[in-house]
Design a protein around this ligand. Structure first.
Ligand SMILES: [Zn+2]
Length: 311
């Protein structure tokens, strides 16, 4: 029996998955993300909600949508890159068109909720889901509740600045980030950032895959790049400790697939956390690409009564 549906709105595809009461995937459907108009994008989301209802045989099925971007609680407008939905009230427009409630959540928050409730963080009360891929993002979940904030931007630690002392000691350049600011963690921690770091440390133009494979095989130069990358990652964990102090950090995204990444970051922590403090547990995500739909469906179930009242 289908318990909830989750929709993951991506730049190239929209994926919908129906989940059963054990949160196993029952059925999945993918369609290309419309690139021609906003109206077609909303229509495509409607099509997925209706498909989920039909798959479940229930019009009251809790359905959630995960979207890459922020959603202002005050204006209802979305701020999102690579999608036609930016500056639009996509959540309200979808509700108006469907005549029913749906949950909306930032995609990094969906990842965090999914891992905190059902995945690698399920034994911990407070879990930070940290995604390190082409960018760096995340979400924080405390006792099963997402802390998302006014804009849904809580957890965007990739856009905190690397500490001055680290920049100075490593002689790093201040790189302009995709967010418009300079010196964000993302500029050296994301996949393209690791490549930038290799150029800086050993003067070679090598991608993250080559660096991590060669480091694991014992290449001393690449191990040095990884050591410095882990040091910067440890500074990000220190920033997390000083703000939400999570019990556990669950790593997701492309770089979470680096062999032993949990151990590499854990070992780098001791010199960077506050003195005499317990380090958070570092774990690798249990769910891969399905975290987006699973987290969106979980958000829908968690908010089901609120959604019902609002519709
Ligand atoms: Zn930034």
């Amino acid at each position: 029996m289908v318990r909830a549906g989750g929709i993951d709105l991506g730049g190239t595809k929209i994926e919908a998955t129906a989940f059963d009461s054990d949160w196993a995937m029952v059925e999945t459907k993918r369609i290309p993300t419309p690139q021609d108009s906003y109206e077609n994008l909303v229509d495509a989301l409607c099509e997925m909600v209706i498909w989920l209802e039909e798959t479940a045989g229930s019009k009251g099925l809790p359905v959630g949508v995960g979207i890459p971007g922020f959603h202002s609680k005050r204006t209802g407008k979305f701020l999102t890159a690579n999608l036609l939905a930016s500056g639009r009230t996509v959540h309200q427009d979808l509700i108006d068109k469907l005549g029913r409630a749906v949950a909306f959540e930032n995609d990094c928050n969906c990842f965090a909720l999914s891992e905190a409730m059902l995945g690698a963080g399920r034994s911990y009360a407070s879990v930070f889901g940290l995604i390190v891929g082409t960018g760096v993002g995340g979400g924080y979940c405390s006792n099963g509740t997402l802390i998302s904030g006014l804009n849904g931007a809580a957890g965007e630690y990739g856009h905190l600045g690397i500490p001055y002392m680290t920049i100075k000691e490593l002689g790093l350049d201040g790189i302009q980030c995709g967010c418009g600011r300079t010196g964000c963690f993302e500029t050296y921690l994301a996949g393209p950032g690791m490549r930038r770091l290799a150029k800086h440390v050993i003067g070679k133009d090598v991608d993250a895959q080559t660096i991590t494979t060669a480091a694991a095989a014992g290449d001393p130069q690449m191990q040095e790049v990884m050591r410095i990358w882990a040091r910067i990652a440890a500074e990000l964990v220190a920033a997390l400790q000083c703000t939400v102090d999570p019990d556990c950090i669950v790593l997701g995204g492309g770089l979470s697939k680096i062999p032993n990444i949990d151990r590499i970051i854990s070992e780098a922590l001791s010199d960077h956390l506050l003195d005499q403090t317990e380090p958070p547990e570092i774990r690798v995500a249990e769910y891969g690409d399905s975290s987006g739909t699973r987290g969106a469906a979980l958000a829908a179930v968690q908010n089901y009564e609120i959604l019902e009242e609002a519709s």
